[in-house]
Design a binder for this molecule. Structure first.
Ligand code: ADE
Length: 243
């Protein structure tokens, strides 16, 4: 998969794309990252990418031209990529969207700073507008990193243990169960006995119940409309009684 980023601050990506799993993913050929300073595409002497808003008002607006020319250059005659605009007005980013993006061959992530983008970018260039949460950042770069990271870890072969992408929080629709490692007792705090029992069926059941409990406590919204087994419904009745 190819992930291209258009940003005015390409240096921000150096450490994120050059470390840990994203670095290995690129070395293994699962993904290739390219970060382009779209100022290079500005068709004026001073490489100006923004201008005053028509109709007046405070702030500046990012011009359409550098985005259109940069995307034309990145796409050339390849298949149509997903062109994703990062902005607080976009659709809220979720694991479902990460899974959808991970099936694409080519993603282009557009990061703005300043007041906003010329509307023609939204209307005629982008395929998706995405927000990473209900807060306003200084620019789209952190959002682009979030998308690149969450998509890359879903690509085949990127996580050593394939299972870990499937069982982690959100992919299963509920939160992950608690984890423990050695020692069995630390400063008087003990690991639950069941995990030391070696009884795999009971351990699986305990984990399943703890996942559900954690979701019920912290993110009940994730359980709304979810089909629950009889056993899960009984567990929820137990949690409610103990509350
Ligand atoms: N740019 C500024 N705020 C943003 C947000 N919440 N998500 C994505 N891009 C942004």
């Amino acid at each position: 998969m190819k992930i291209d980023v258009l940003s005015l601050f390409p240096d921000m990506f150096t450490n994120v794309f050059g470390s840990s799993i994203l670095k290995h993913a690129e070395e293994s050929g699962a993904v290739s990252f390219r970060v382009v300073d779209f100022r290079e595409y500005a068709d004026n002497k001073h490489r100006k990418v923004d201008d005053y808003p028509y109709g007046g008002g405070a702030g500046m607006v990012l011009r359409a031209q550098p985005f259109f020319d940069a995307v034309d250059d990145l796409v050339k005659d390849q298949k149509k990529p997903r062109v994703v605009l990062l902005c607080p007005q976009g659709e809220r980013y979720t694991q479902k969207k990460a899974e959808e993006f991970s099936k694409e061959e080519h993603l282009i992530l557009l990061c703005g700073h300043y007041e906003g983008y010329d509307e023609r970018v939204r209307e005629h260039l982008v395929t998706d507008e995405v927000s990473i949460g209900d807060y306003v950042l200084t620019g789209g770069e952190l959002g682009a990193m979030v998308i690149a990271d969450s998509v890359t870890r879903l690509l085949p072969g990127v996580l050593g243990n394939e299972e870990s992408a499937i069982t982690d929080s959100f992919s299963t629709g509920i939160l992950e169960h608690p984890h423990y490692t050695r020692p069995a007792e630390f400063r008087g705090m003990k690991v639950p006995d069941i995990l030391l029992s070696g009884h795999h069926k009971n351990i699986d059941e305990w984990r399943h119940r703890e996942s559900l409990k954690r979701t019920w406590e912290r993110r009940p919204d994730l359980l709304e409309g979810k089909a629950l087994s009889e056993k899960e419904q009984l567990w929820i009745e137990e949690f409610t009684r103990k509350e």
